[in-house]
Design a protein around this ligand. Sequence first.
Ligand SMILES: *[C@@H]1O[C@H](CO)[C@@H](O)[C@H](O)[C@H]1NC(C)=O
Ligand SMILES: *[C@@H]1O[C@H](CO)[C@@H](O)[C@H](O)[C@H]1NC(C)=O
Ligand SMILES: *[C@@H]1O[C@H](CO)[C@@H](O)[C@H](O)[C@H]1NC(C)=O
Ligand SMILES: *[C@@H]1O[C@H](CO)[C@@H](O)[C@H](O)[C@H]1NC(C)=O
Ligand SMILES: *[C@@H]1O[C@H](CO)[C@@H](O)[C@H](O)[C@H]1NC(C)=O
Length: 478
Amino acid sequence: MPAREARACFREISRLISVSLVLTDLLCGIIAFNLDLENPAVYSGPPGSYFGYSVDFYHPTQDRSAVSVLVGAPKANTTQPGIVEGGAVYYCSWPPSEQDSCREIPFDKANNRMIKVNGTREPLEYKSYQWFGATVRTHRGKVVACAPLYHWRTVKVSGEMDPVGTCYVAVQNFSAYAEYSPCRTHNSDPEGQGFCQAGFSVDFTKDGTLVLGGPGSFYWQGQVITAGVAEILNGYSLKAILRKVQGEKQTAAASDDYDDSYLGYSVAVGEFTGDSRQELVAGVPRGAQNFGYVAVINSSSLSLVQNFTGEQMASYFGYTVAVTDINGDGLDDVLVGAPLYMDREFESKPREVGRVYLYLQEDTLLFSASIMLTGIHLFGRYGSAIAPLGDINQDGYLDVAVGAPFAGQDRDGCVFIYNGEKSGLRLKASQVLKGSWATTGIPAGFGFTLRGDSDLDNNQYPDLIVGAFGADKVMVYR
Ligand SMILES: *[C@@H]1O[C@H](CO)[C@@H](O)[C@H](O)[C@H]1NC(C)=O
Ligand SMILES: *[C@@H]1O[C@H](CO)[C@@H](O)[C@H](O)[C@H]1NC(C)=O
Ligand SMILES: *[C@@H]1O[C@H](CO)[C@@H](O)[C@H](O)[C@H]1NC(C)=O
Ligand SMILES: *[C@@H]1O[C@H](CO)[C@@H](O)[C@H](O)[C@H]1NC(C)=O
Ligand SMILES: *[C@@H]1O[C@H](CO)[C@@H](O)[C@H](O)[C@H]1NC(C)=O
């Protein structure tokens, strides 16, 4: 039903044209301070760099006028000598200007480090095609960006190429940097941490502790790792290849029943136990016999506290997770994306549309049955990204955005905005943002990455960043 799909995406435009409806809204006293869909600000990156694969706001100081946008471009060519498509993260000043809005942040300017093995010098690591900038996250002045496909040679005489992944942190407005590669250990190979891909997902707790997912460790059981940024910087040296950061925590290997689960494919944090220490939330999209689950993890002991299990096999439940208080009761709620969910309403013709599940926290570790939002576009990958938005319509309840990056007839991508309310979530989207980049080869992926809940233009309304890596573009909606 392409006509209907197109109409759904254009609904907002027709709503704007329909003056009588707008008047009715005003007469009914409905306050609708929503996002301005007509005039997003746009940043562009180098062609083919996947600029917009990851995005975040950056607030280095309390000075509100100093907010900017960070954009990951994991296939960008950098100035690193001898490295091809190492990937980069750009600092994009607000507002975008005609030229030079975005500058590469010099997290790492170096070539591969070398070691001497049996008398010959060999690369110790392989930064080409490492996907640096696949993830980026900020916490006030702290920034982390990762290269989940960074390989290193391992400590073995023969040498291997293990995709352990690595991350860089920056503090003091990019004046101090340190590398952090928690899976680059003696525990190599697939059965150890050799295929960890640390930094595949990243977040910070509210007190600024770094949380990393490494979904490939221990035959793809995956793991979650936490460390303090101050501890990562303290005593950091480029020469310390195998380094244990003080206070670092890592979930351990479990029995082989847990192989191929991908713990840490996604990570978030929230408060679910009524104490002052946030829990970790981690997607395990191939766990539970491929139904997927999301684990709530005690951040002190890293033991499992609770889990939410997926509804349908191979739906990739836990591909993404988000935490926000949707119903204004002061308790964190959990949202989980399953972008490969198939609608089986007509058994003979299942449609892969994607689904998002919302679990309202009713009390300490007590959650409502899931509230479900289902995609409408075939192969749209609805639920690939979920972003808490803050209160965009200023009604006292927090709002959320869901991306369907390949939705629509031309696979342009859509982003759906939902408003929180006392009983949970209004199931009908209040706004639909639509990508407008024609497909040339890869789809634009508008809505593959979303970040909200920060105010760039200092008008007291939170803004939304939407990445479209296939078009090397980032949009800011205000
Ligand atoms: C990066 O440089 C290599 C070699 O010059 C080139 O083949 C490749 O297309 C470039 N990639 C991007 C994304 O510009
Ligand atoms: C080290 O080099 C020697 C001489 O070239 C060679 O015989 C030996 O096999 C090498 N050892 C390893 C582990 O590669
Ligand atoms: C922070 O760093 C950015 C990027 O290098 C720079 O443009 C900005 O002026 C710096 N801000 C302060 C307060 O130093
Ligand atoms: C988390 O683990 C710590 C340390 O083992 C323990 O003291 C605390 O009670 C646990 N919290 C919860 C909510 O289980
Ligand atoms: C997770 O959920 C599954 C299915 O409900 C259950 O069998 C398992 O014990 C749970 N694990 C934890 C740690 O709660």
